[in-house]
Design a protein around this ligand. Sequence first.
Ligand code: DGY
Length: 322
Amino acid sequence: MAKKYVFISRKLAPETVEKLREQFEVKMWDYEDQPVPREILIEEAKRADALLTMLTDKIDEELLSSAKNLRVVANMAVGFDNVDVNAASERGVAVCNTPDVLTDTTADLTFGLLIAAARRIVESAEAVKNGEWKSWSPFFLAGHDIHHKTIGIVGMGKIGEAVAKRAAGFDMEVLYHNRSRKTEAENGLGAIYCEFGELLQRSDFVVSLIPLSNETFRIFNADAFRRMKNSAIFVNASRGAVVDENALFDALVKKEIAGAGLDVFEKEPIDASHPLLTLKNVVALPHIGSASVETRLGMMNLCAKNITLILNGREPETLVNK
Ligand code: DGY
């Protein structure tokens, strides 16, 4: 019997690929820093039993409709807004993501970004390199405290809870907004549930960890920024499109909020000439939430495991379809 065919849409670690090759015919788009062109992905999907995809690959009706053999899309991310899960479910295609393995790494980065924005770490490092450090002085690059302040987490999934845990270690008051109440976080960390508007008004740090969906598209709009404190720092480590970036720019320029730490953008990579990048009080990162070597290997291996399980007729570990 012919081996099942797996297409991998980005260059992955050799050990992940070798594991798959033990059982399957495997082809990989062999570039680390370039997404596979859409027409190639569509062609490969036509014959693939499994796709191992990245968040840069759009898995939509057009692709799925000609992917007659496809049984599984294993997406190397916890977020799966790049995949039309309903269209996949209708065709009996399993969609898997990579939760859990990236929780702590992403929470570390999110909290690090919060600290960097509050304490002006990037701006300070640039000042030293640019020879702008003339003398120690009382308010030179003075930022904002983090400890004993209030953090408002929007989207209290596993990463949100891990951020709350870090915030508790900084003696912060933790507010959260989520579709459902999180009793463990409430009881264990003292997290307080708030309506969205109340959270915006009370928080010194508003942290977005909310998945992108029709309901959350540009949920952080001009009105949301207006409701925040003038001293608030906004941190986004979920998806860029939950933010109206023009409104964020205006809010920063008009000093409606004090700063922003952004790991994600509506268009990625963001253009280097984007107005947000001209602001000193914006710390911008290239979507590196889960980017530690250990975690990225864990994510790859989880994708490979899910593919192997499904192609052998077993339940995957992390299925997204309901
Ligand atoms: C995810 O897993 O959704 C992250 O955004 C990738 O780093």
